[in-house]
Design a protein. Structure first.
Length: 238
């Protein structure tokens, strides 16, 4: 039942079912084309009603079932611990950025040196996961900002990138989320984020293109200016 309207009207139901299938096809298409729907990671209100241990226990059971269905022998020593390992990895590592409790706490410092040129943190290693296929996105992020009086420790930029990467993601959304977080944190619009990444769902399945990369950029504030943007790109490419 697609809309829960029950059986009151056969004709009406037929139409609903048809629309429902069209909607499902559209959703399928959206996923395969890697289009995201919003800047916020779509999450339910009760996302953290369960604690990490409860989540791991449930995921472990479900992953065991997936392996079972695939016909794998879970009595085998090599496989018996896999459901637990996967559950722990999901909750504590690769998807830990879903939980706001894991957001890095970042201290700001006064810009004592009065350094008012752009600061570029480049080649930040990026591991994320495609939310449409749950396989890795592997790449590099390049982040820049121009101080508005405050600065952050350099490693903190990497931490912000990792936090948003540790979610099922869409590369465009990841790029914007990093930029928005830095803008809010540094109280400036002058932020740029460029991500170049390989998507294993493109490289290892589907079109199986092992050479293609996806580049996404977010230029804000002064980085919308051509010459500032060009300087940023020359640092990234240099
Ligand atoms: Zn994908």
């Amino acid at each position: 039942m697609i809309n829960g309207h029950g059986k009151q009207n056969g004709q009406h139901n037929g139409k609903v079912a048809q629309n429902g299938i069209a909607a499902l096809l559209e959703i399928e298409d959206l996923g395969d084309n890697h289009v995201g729907t919003s800047l916020e990671t779509p999450m339910r209100d009760d996302a953290f009603a369960m604690d990490d241990d409860q989540k791991m226990e449930l995921i472990q059971g479900h992953f065991r079932e997936i392996m079972n269905i695939l016909g794998l022998d879970l009595e085998d020593d090599s496989l018996s611990g896999t459901p637990h390992r996967v559950a722990k990895m999901y909750v504590k590592e690769i998807f830990s950025g879903l939980n706001p409790a894991n957001k890095p706490r970042i201290a700001l410092f006064d810009n004592k040196y009065q350094y008012n040129q752009m600061l570029v943190e480049k080649d930040i290693t990026l591991y994320s996961f495609c939310e449409h296929h749950f396989v890795p996105i592997i790449g590099r992020a390049h982040v820049a900002y121009i101080s508005n009086g405050k600065v952050v420790g350099l490693s903190k930029i990497n931490r912000i990138v990792q936090y948003f990467a540790k979610r099922p993601q869409v590369q465009e959304r990841l790029t914007k989320q990093i930029a928005e977080e830095l803008k809010a944190l540094l109280k400036t619009d002058d932020v740029a984020v460029l991500i170049e990444a390989e998507h294993l769902c493109v490289a290892a399945r589907g079109v199986e293109d092992v050479n293609s990369k996806t580049v996404t950029v977010e230029y804000c504030g002064k980085f919308e200016d051509q010459s500032v943007r060009k300087e940023f790109l020359s640092h990234v490419r240099g």
